[in-house]
Design a protein around this ligand. Sequence first.
Ligand SMILES: C[S@@+](CC[C@H](N)C(=O)[O-])C[C@H]1O[C@@H](n2cnc3c(N)ncnc32)[C@H](O)[C@@H]1O
Length: 278
Amino acid sequence: MNKGTSILPPSDQEINELCKIINTNLGFKYDHQKKYLIVSRLDKHLAQLGFTTYRQYLEYLQTEPEEHSILFSLLTTNVTSFFREAIHFQYLKKVLLPHYRKVNTGPKKIRAWSAGCSSGEEPYSLAITLRESLGADWDIMILATDISAQKLTMGSKGGPYTREQVAMIPPHLLSKYFSPEKHKEETLYRATPLLRQLVAFQLVNLLDQQALPQHIRLNLIFCRNVFIYMAEEAKNQILSQFYSRLYPNGYLFLGLSESLNSSDSRWNSIGKSIYQKK
Ligand SMILES: C[S@@+](CC[C@H](N)C(=O)[O-])C[C@H]1O[C@@H](n2cnc3c(N)ncnc32)[C@H](O)[C@@H]1O
């Protein structure tokens, strides 16, 4: 890092151009009022790249498509954990999956989507819950998508995760689904092939309706703590996609602090931030 480099504050024109990229891709409604927030998230990164102006960075964004993913990561939060908002996994285990086993008359097959999966903790928690509740003879596949290429790389490699990160995984499941690895003085935990084969990671911007093949249909969608900064319009666009991709009676899980508009008559509210497609 060029410690001494200081970045010239962006001009109004530069902020407008940046906001346009951010709003189109992340569904935010940023304008020049968010200038200080944007600068506080990006200045250090620009310095690391050796730039001194936002114009240089905007030009770089045009020539380096992969930089977009880095920009989006800097502006969103990737905070996650195994069995986060544990009540959802309990509900799946105790209520939804036993019910699904009973009413399912077709093949023993279930498809789920962790939309905004960050570094894999959520889809792996889902995979463990489905495998443990349904048994080894079920065909389970979890699609795990995110806009952050960096987080997806970690997820697709199965981690490795620190001792603190795996602390919420019950010991018998940790030893069944993760292998310890020595990294210098530290022991880290990597998801085993048994667990990794249940999860397919893919770079997807949820605002891009064409990113996933049209035929993909799901029984469950987890989209938790993703909508935080999104404008209503972007949320509605994503929710419509979820609706059309769920099988009839399929389930949508949002973050515990998130909810659907009660006037949205397409969904039944069936639990804490859990909705069923009508
Ligand atoms: C706070 S994390 C939540 C992770 C996990 N769902 C959970 O609840 O623990 C939000 C994730 O959503 C992703 N995200 C935000 N906007 C997105 C978009 N438009 N398309 C895809 N992923 C997005 C971020 O990259 C981040 O990894």
